[in-house]
Design a protein around this ligand. Structure first.
Ligand SMILES: [Zn+2]
Ligand SMILES: [Zn+2]
Length: 285
C-alpha cells in the first residue's frame, strides 16, 4: 500500500482532533443559550443537583472504585456507579480507569497522558482530550473491569446514559432544563474534574515527598468532593479516604462511610496509620 503523504497525515490528524473535540466544543458553545433561558432558582437547583450527583459518581465510582478499587460492592451497585458515571460525559468506566491507572503508573513522567510538567498546564487540563490518540484505551490494565460484560457494553455505549440524563432534564424543566441541568452543569463538572489533572499538579501544598508534582489544594477539594487532596492521593492511591486530617474535607469519603454503614459498600481501604493511630504514616513500611 502507498505511504500517505505528509499532507494526508496532517489532514487525518486534524479530522481526528475534531472528532475528539467536537462534542466537547459543542457543549461549551451551547452555554450561550443561558441568554435565551435566564436562570431561576429552580434551574440553578437542577444544575447544582446534576453537578453534585454526577461529581459524586465520578469521584466515588469512576475514580475511587473503578480506577483504584478502594472499596468493594456488589455487582448491582457497581452497575449503578458505572451508569451514573457515564452521564458525566467523560466516556465509559474502562476508558476512564485505564487512562487514570496510566497516570498513576507514570505520574509526571513519560507515559503520563496528562502532566503539566511534561506537556504544559493546558494540555493537562483539556488538550490531552483533544488528542485523538486518547480516544480509545489499551485494555491491558483494566482486565479486572472488562470481565463484566455490562461494563464492556456501557464503555462502548457511554453516550446512552448521557442521552437519558439529558432527556430527564428535558422532562423536568423543558428546554431550559436541558440548558441548565445538562449543558451548564456538565461543563462545570468537566472543568472542575480537569482541575485535578492541571491545578492539583501545580498549585498547593505537599505533605508527602512523592516523585510527582501532586499537590493538596483546598479549593479543588471543595469543588471535587475531596479529590483536591491530590498529594495525599498520590501517596496512598488505593485509599478510599483522601482527606487525611479532620479539616481536609472529603465529602466522597463521608458518603462512602454512610453507604458502608448501610451495607451498600464494604471494605473501605485506609492509609496505614502512625503508631499512635492518629495520622497517616509519612512513608509506607
Ligand atoms: Zn494526579
Ligand atoms: Zn487516582
Amino acid at each position: 500500500m502507498k505511504e500517505p503523504t505528509a499532507g494526508q497525515v496532517r489532514r487525518r490528524e486534524v479530522a481526528r482532533t475534531w472528532t475528539s473535540a467536537g462534542p466537547f466544543a459543542a457543549i461549551h458553545l451551547a452555554c450561550v443559550f443561558v441568554v435565551v433561558f435566564p436562570p431561576t432558582v429552580g434551574l440553578l437547583g437542577l444544575a447544582a443537583a446534576g453537578y453534585a450527583l454526577r461529581m459524586w459518581a465520578l469521584t466515588a465510582g469512576f475514580h475511587r472504585y473503578f480506577a483504584h478499587r478502594a472499596f468493594r460492592t456488589g455487582r448491582t451497585f457497581q452497575l449503578v456507579l458505572a451508569i451514573a458515571g457515564c452521564t458525566a460525559m467523560q466516556q465509559g468506566p474502562l476508558w476512564w480507569a485505564s487512562w487514570h491507572r496510566r497516570h498513576h503508573h507514570a505520574t509526571d513522567a513519560p507515559g503520563d497522558p496528562h502532566s503539566p510538567r511534561l506537556d504544559g498546564f493546558w494540555h493537562a487540563h483539556v488538550g490531552w482530550i483533544f488528542d485523538g490518540k486518547h480516544d480509545s484505551h489499551d485494555g491491558s490494565n483494566v482486565r479486572d473491569l472488562a470481565a463484566y460484560p455490562e461494563l464492556r457494553w456501557l464503555n462502548r455505549h457511554a453516550n446512552v446514559p448521557v442521552a437519558v440524563y439529558a432527556a430527564a432534564c428535558l422532562a423536568i424543566a423543558g428546554p431550559a432544563g436541558v440548558v441548565w441541568g445538562f449543558v451548564v452543569s456538565t461543563v462545570a463538572l468537566m472543568q472542575a474534574t480537569f482541575l485535578v489533572n492541571s491545578v492539583a499538579h501545580v498549585w498547593g501544598t505537599r505533605r508527602f515527598d512523592t516523585p510527582d508534582g501532586s499537590r493538596n489544594n483546598a479549593i479543588v477539594a471543595i469543588l471535587t468532593f475531596g479529590e483536591g487532596w491530590h498529594n495525599n492521593h498520590h501517596r496512598y492511591m488505593t485509599s478510599a479516604r483522601q482527606g487525611l486530617r479532620w479539616w481536609e474535607v472529603d465529602v466522597t469519603y463521608y458518603t462512602l462511610r454512610a453507604l458502608a454503614w448501610l451495607g451498600v459498600v464494604r471494605d473501605l481501604r485506609q492509609p496505614p496509620l502512625d503508631r499512635d493511630r492518629r495520622r497517616p504514616r509519612a512513608a509506607l513500611a
